[in-house]
Write a protein of this length. Structure first.
Length: 260
């Protein structure tokens, strides 16, 4: 494959991962080539099954799309509440924290209802609205376009936004954990936002339920071993035992703690 075509295909993959989909015409304008050239590029990209054409658009294939937010928010409620209680127990009144997008992060926001005078820097609108019920809290949100139906903000503006702040805690989730401990997301913009939060916080806290172990998403982030604390509901399947052993006391299983 020619180098120009490789660069175009890489850019197309990045745009589609960040936006979920884009029209052929918009890609042609963005890359300064003809629509025929873009269509040939798309033939290449669709061959491996990661993308699909839909009515003049290119989109991620259905099995690469994230589950709708309301559906995720309604699953494993007991596990997510247990995770959230442990995470909230780490954060004192008056703390400054980053809070990511996602249904487990939203559960953490709900568990923080007893905290006062928090400064919360987040791109998760639902979490911001939950925490705004306590009037002593300070809530800081990025600008830009709200992604629906997830009710969050993503993109380079959000990465820059998180780069302007420092926090005591970064509480974030992830779409998947690979067998080697790599964290993955459905969009590169989500990876960059989580990384900026982690890097700009004194203490990083990953909140995930057991289902994230072995789940695949296309955009790769840091390794789970780079996170300060991991809170999960229950231990993952046996193949992940070496990874759990490597984490040692940095990982807590919230449902086991409840039974102690």
């Amino acid at each position: 494959m020619a180098s120009k075509k490789i660069r175009r295909c890489d850019l197309i993959q990045q745009v589609v991962q960040e936006r979920g989909g884009i029209s052929v015409g918009a890609l042609a304008d963005m890359l300064g080539v003809s629509m025929q050239t873009i269509r040939r590029d798309l033939d290449t990209l669709c061959d491996d099954g990661t993308m699909r054409r839909v009515h003049g658009r290119i989109e991620l294939a259905e099995d690469r799309l994230n589950t709708p937010f309301d559906q995720r928010a309604g699953t494993n409620l007991v596990g997510k509440r247990a995770i959230a209680e442990v995470a909230a127990g780490m954060i004192p009144d008056g703390a400054t924290l980053f809070l990511s997008i996602g249904s487990t992060a939203l559960s953490v926001a709900r568990a923080l209802h007893r905290r006062r005078e928090l400064t919360v820097i987040t791109n998760n609108l639902s979490a911001a609205m939950t925490l705004s019920e306590e009037v002593s809290n300070r809530i800081i949100l990025p600008g830009g376009e709200l992604r629906l139906p997830d009710r969050d903000f993503i993109g380079e503006e959000v990465v820059s936004f998180f780069g302007r702040y420092r926090a005591e805690y970064a509480v974030f989730g992830t779409a998947g954990v690979d067998i080697d401990g790599g964290l993955s997301e459905f969009h590169q913009a989500e990876v960059r936002a989580s990384e900026r939060m982690r890097q700009n916080a004194q203490t990083s806290v990953l909140v995930i339920d057991r289902s994230k172990f072995g789940r695949h998403a296309p955009s790769i982030g840091c390794a789970i071993t780079e996170v300060d604390h991991v809170i999960c509901d229950r231990p993952p399947a046996a193949p992940f035992a070496p990874l759990i052993e490597a984490l040692g006391d940095r990982i807590v299983f919230s449902e086991e703690r409840e039974m102690e």
